[in-house]
Each structure stands twice: as C-alpha cells, then as structure tokens.
Design a protein around this ligand. Structure first.
Ligand SMILES: Nc1ncnc2c1ncn2[C@@H]1O[C@H](COP(=O)(O)OP(=O)(O)O)[C@@H](O)[C@H]1O
Ligand SMILES: [Mg+2]
Length: 374
C-alpha cells in the first residue's frame, strides 16, 4: 500500500490542491485511491464537493464510536474515496494526547483497513502537531508542495527536522520529494530556488512543475477536481504527469519498526514532543538581526518594504540617520527576501545593491540574503 503524506507546515503552498488533483488523476488511471483529510479546516473535503461537517470522522474512530469503514465516503470522484474532515477533528489532538502510542493511531487503522487501496493520500494540516505526526508515521513517503517564496527553503528544513526526529526515534526512513507548485516559469527566482533546494537539501525534486492558473481556484470554489472542471488547463495536465510519475516510481521500502515498540512508545512520544518544542524555540531564536547601510543615497526620507514586512514601508523597521548615512535595522529569519526602497516617496530597486530580480509588475526588486548563523 502506497501511503503518501502531502505535507509542508507552510500554509498556502498547494498541499490540498495537490492532494485532491493527484488523487483525481490517479483515479482516472483506474487506481483505487483514498484521500484522508487531516486538516481541521476541511479544504480537501470541500474541494471534493463534501461540505457536510457533521459526518463521523477520525475522532469518532479513535474514540471507538465507529468503525473506520463507517467514515469512508465512497466514490467522491472516479476511483476516489474520502475520509472527510469534520468538526471534531480539531479536538483529535487532545484525545490522542492521552492514548498510548498516540502518534501511530492512524497507521494502526490503515494497516487494518486500508488494504483495498492502491494509494492513500493524506492532506496534512499546516502545522507539525500530533495530527501531522500521525500522518507522517503512517506514510511511506512525503510529497512536499513548495511554492516559490523566500520562506520555502526554511519550510522544508523544518519538515526535514521532523523527518530526522522520526528516523532517530523510530528508525523510519521517509523519503521526501519536493513538488514545485504555482510555478512561474518566467521568474528567475523560481529556478534559483529549485537549484538551491537540490543542492542544499537531502530531498528529491519532482520532474513535474505545477503551473499557476486561475482554473485551480475556480475548481476549488465549485468543489470540483481539475479533471472534472477544466481537464484541458495547464495544471490539470501537470497533475496528470505527476500521477504518471507517482505510478512509475518504485514503492519506497516498508518502514522498519523497532521491536516491542508499544512498550517504549509513551516514553518516546514525550521526548518527541519535547524535541519539537525545542525545535520551535530554536526557530524563534534563529531570527537574525539585519543592518542595511545605504552610503550614497541623498534624500529626505528613505523607507524600505519587502517580503520581511509584508511590503508595508518601514513596518517593523528601525531607521537610523547617522552622518548622512541611512541605516535600516530589523530582524528576519534566514532566507532570501525581495525588497524595494521608497526614496522620497518614489518606489525603486536599491541602487546600492547589484542583486536584483524582475518582479511581476515589470519592475525590478532587490534581493537580500539573510544567512543562517549556527
Ligand atoms: N497551480 C495553482 N495555480 C493557481 N492557484 C493555485 C495553484 N495551486 C494552489 N492554488 C491556490 O493557492 C491557494 C492555496 O492552495 P492550497 O492547496 O489550499 O494550499 P495548502 O493546502 O498548502 O494551504 C488556494 O487558493 C489554491 O486555490
Ligand atoms: Mg490545505
């Protein structure tokens, strides 16, 4: 059974879109697919046309009220069944908290009941909580959709941290494959980012790039998959190719298990959660102080706006004006940022910085790299 977690704790990078459209395309290829909506927001369920939030779900299964079979909706589209997200999914975390082996509950269910399917795709929430851990624990591989943004590298690093924890604690080897989504072939940044991912991180990168098209949003709005709503659009074609890639790839080897796992699990999960809290803390302290000094800009007012402050001039920025030199001081996580200056009210690229990139509006943005300090 090929269980795939579609994960990346960054929101809005295309997890849900990828889950439902990969499922739909596999279904079109006569595969039997189960989609598990693990995100309490329930977007995958909505995208597959299921808006009833009162159906029994995983919470009811894990609290032994119903059987796993009872929560599966059959044939939400060709070849695809769905475990929808319901209202109580948000409370699952606290239910699991008290259970032994709480992070392998989903795996246990799937081992018992999942055998009917060629593929099980789990749409993960944008966090690394117990729900996600359950999904990762059950999965044979991770598909990580990545949108070309300056936080993308950091997002995958955090995911890899968790994968490494799982490897250390449970000796599970979970291969990660990055899928570029909302891809704009015209920006150099997208290409640069992919090169960086390939060179710096121990992940695979899909040969497929999911292009950006307004049809994706429209289809989601109507609760339809791309093969149903717009089978000829670019993204439908891209997801079809992804399905082919998935079908051709060999199944990664089964997770290796530690014997007697149940005995040690309670202990290990505590340390796992502690480790995660430490990682989170580490993320916070990783914010770097950035000091930009502009030597040759003679003006009355100099502001800065970029990815690091939501493009609102001088928001969260300290300005210093010393001996005729402007300085901008702020903190940011490691990553690559685009920005522009507002010099006496006029937006422009930073004339003192040769690192530039064309922006969507036909202008030029400047690039700032905030390195990681260990
Ligand atoms: N290829 C694409 N082209 C255009 N819009 C897209 C594409 N993929 C996703 N989107 C849109 O981006 C937003 C976030 O996507 P979603 O799949 O919900 O991300 P996530 O599940 O990671 O939060 C949604 O509004 C979705 O419609
Ligand atoms: Mg989602």
């Amino acid at each position: 059974m090929n269980i795939m977690a579609i994960a990346n704790q960054k929101g809005g990078c295309g997890k849900t879109t990828t889950t439902i459209n990969l499922a739909a395309q596999l279904g079109q290829q006569e595969k039997q697919v189960l989609v598990i909506d693990m995100d309490p927001q329930g977007h995958a369920s909505l995208g597959l046309g299921v808006s009833n939030r009162d159906l029994p779900g995983l919470y009811e299964v894990f609290s032994d009220e119903v059987n796993f079979y009872d929560i599966v909706l059959s044939g939400v589209c060709t070849g695809v069944d769905l475990v929808p997200a319901n209202i109580s999914l948000a409370m699952l975390e606290s239910l699991l908290d008290d259970q032994p082996g709480r992070e392998r509950q989903l795996l246990d269910q799937l081992e018992q009941f999942g055998g009917l399917y060629d593929y099980i795709l789990i749409d993960c929430p944008p966090s690394l909580d117990l729900l996600s851990i359950n999904a990762l624990r059950a999965a044979r591989q991770i598909l990580a959709p990545v949108e070309a943004s300056c936080y993308a590298l950091d997002g995958i690093r955090q995911l890899l941290d968790i994968v490494n924890l799982l490897r250390e604690k449970y000796r599970i080897d979970l291969p990660v494959k990055v899928l570029p989504t909302m891809f704009d072939i015209h920006t150099r940044f997208s290409q640069t980012l992919l090169t960086q991912i390939r060179e710096q991180l121990p992940v695979g990168v899909s040969a497929v790039r999911i292009r950006q098209t307004v049809r994706v949003r429209e289809a989601a709005w109507f609760g339809k998959t791309l093969p149903d709503y717009a089978p000829e659009c670019t993204a439908a074609y891209d997801y079809r190719r992804l399905a082919e890639e998935v079908m051709q790839a060999p199944l990664p080897p089964r997770n290796t298990r530690i014997e007697n796992e149940n005995h040690i699990t309670p202990l290990l999960t505590d340390t796992l959660t502690e480790d995660m809290a430490m990682k989170e803390h580490a993320e916070q302290v990783r914010r770097q102080m950035v000091v930009l000094t502009f030597d040759d800009i003679d003006c009355r007012r100099l502001q800065i706006a970029g990815d690091f402050n939501d493009w609102i001039p001088d928001r969260d920025i300290e300005t210093r004006h010393i001996n005729g030199h402007w300085q901008k001081v702020f903190t940011a996580e490691p990553g690559v940022y685009e920005y522009r200056l507002v010099i006496d009210g006029k937006w422009q690229a930073d004339p003192t910085n040769p690192a530039e990139i064309p922006n969507e509006l036909g202008g030029i943005n400047s690039l700032l790299q905030v390195p990681v300090h260990h």
